[in-house]
Ligand binder design. Structure first.
Ligand code: NAI
Ligand code: MG
Length: 334
């Protein structure tokens, strides 16, 4: 039977960039069945909740989802939908690749970096958030477990091995955050010892920022804790032309959700000018996850050729094409 994909168009620019990715998958001959599901503001308006049970059931049943950005309303005590999804399905690995294409406004060439971000622990565990009664101090807990560090480090080294990569950089701050980052580094070293064929490099996070900006071509795979990974992966997006170029996969043992790194971009929603490359590249990650390497390469090649030709790129890359025009240009090159 056909593979079923749960498609969550989401909010803002989500429906239009998701539609672009689905059209491209179809033109590339991917024979999927799609189950559409609501989440985010659109779900709140239609069903009275941000993350309806029917959507959770579809994610659970199909195991593989392609998701647009979701707007979490500010105020009203809503917890981030993305954080909820990652927790609910234990999507512990956030895999964010960036690659250089000529024809973007990036200052760099030859960048090919995968950030592997721990997605459930660290500063984003949500534990211990409080304000003092007099409102003059605040605290939050950072949690690192041996199990959590071990599975993300193993994920990164396995990914490096399977993709024929040479180096994994462990990014940490163990010199200051001795307990948490210290445990993360200690476990990462133990995992690295099981992969003698892959070079393991250790780098303190502030030095990593400088080195990424000065010598990004020296990086290969990076593995790090939640907060550092969040920040470093946006930095990496900036190295290759911006958020419109940055996909991400949230992977757990039982489910995977593929999405763009960016949000719903309310400032440009409904104008048909968003760059759909982020979600198209997320669908490429999805194909790789499903073992459909040939189709993944075909789509990646068509996106690359379209951007490098430069005639039909969106405004964020310095062009004037609409989302639809870019999509049609990619389809023409498939
Ligand atoms: P954003 O990522 O939506 O936008 C930041 C800037 O980048 C904006 O100027 C936007 O126009 C531009 N941009 C983003 N994606 C683009 C694309 N594909 N093509 C061209 N330009 C693009 O961040 P912002 O404005 O801080 O957040 C908006 C909403 O998105 C918030 O409600 C936030 O909670 C949500 N959000 C959701 C995420 C998710 O669902 N994974 C991730 C980040 C934010
Ligand atoms: Mg982020």
């Amino acid at each position: 039977s056909k593979t079923r994909i749960t498609v969550i168009p989401g909010d803002g620019i989500g429906p239009s960039i998701i539609d672009s990715a689905i059209q491209i998958l179809q033109h590339a001959g991917c024979d999927f069945d799609y189950d559409y599901a609501d989440a985010g503001l659109v779900a709140l308006e239609k069903h009275g909740e941000l993350l309806p049970q029917a959507t959770l059931d579809l994610i659970e049943r199909n195991k593989v989802s392609l998701k647009g950005p979701l707007t979490t309303p500010v105020g009203g005590g809503f917890t981030s939908i993305n954080v909820s999804l990652r927790k609910k399905f234990n999507l512990y690995a956030n895999v964010r690749p960036v690659i250089s294409f000529n024809g973007t406004k990036s200052r760099y060439e030859n960048i090919d970096i995968i950030t592997v971000r721990e997605n459930t622990e660290g500063m984003y565990s949500g534990a211990g958030q409080k304000r003092s009664d007099d409102n003059n101090s605040a605290e939050a807990m950072s949690i690192i477990t041996r199990e959590g560090a071990e599975r993300i480090a193993t994920f990164a080294f396995e990914l490096a091995k399977n993709e024929g990569r040479k180096k994994v950089t462990v990014v940490h701050k163990a010199n200051i955050l001795k307990s948490t980052s210290g445990l993360f580094l200690e476990v990462a070293r133990q995992v690295a010892a099981r992969y003698p064929e892959i070079q393991c490099e250790e780098m303190i996070v502030d030095a990593a920022c400088m080195n990424l900006v000065m010598y990004p071509e020296r990086f290969d795979v990076m593995v790090t804790t939640n907060l550092f990974g969040d920040i470093l992966s946006d930095l990496c997006a900036g190295l290759v032309g911006g958020l419109g170029m940055a996909p991400g996969a949230n992977i757990g043992s039982g489910a995977a959700i593929f999405e763009a790194v960016h949000g719903s971009a309310p400032d440009i929603a409904g104008k048909n000018i968003a760059n759909p490359t982020s979600v198209i590249l997320a669908s490429v990650q999805m194909l790789e996850y499903l073992g459909m390497q040939e189709k993944a390469e075909r789509i990646l090649g068509a996106v690359r050729a379209t951007i490098e030709a430069g005639e039909h790129v969106t405004r964020d890359l310095g062009g004037s094409a609409s989302t639809d025009e870019f999509t049609q240009a990619v389809i023409a090159r498939l």
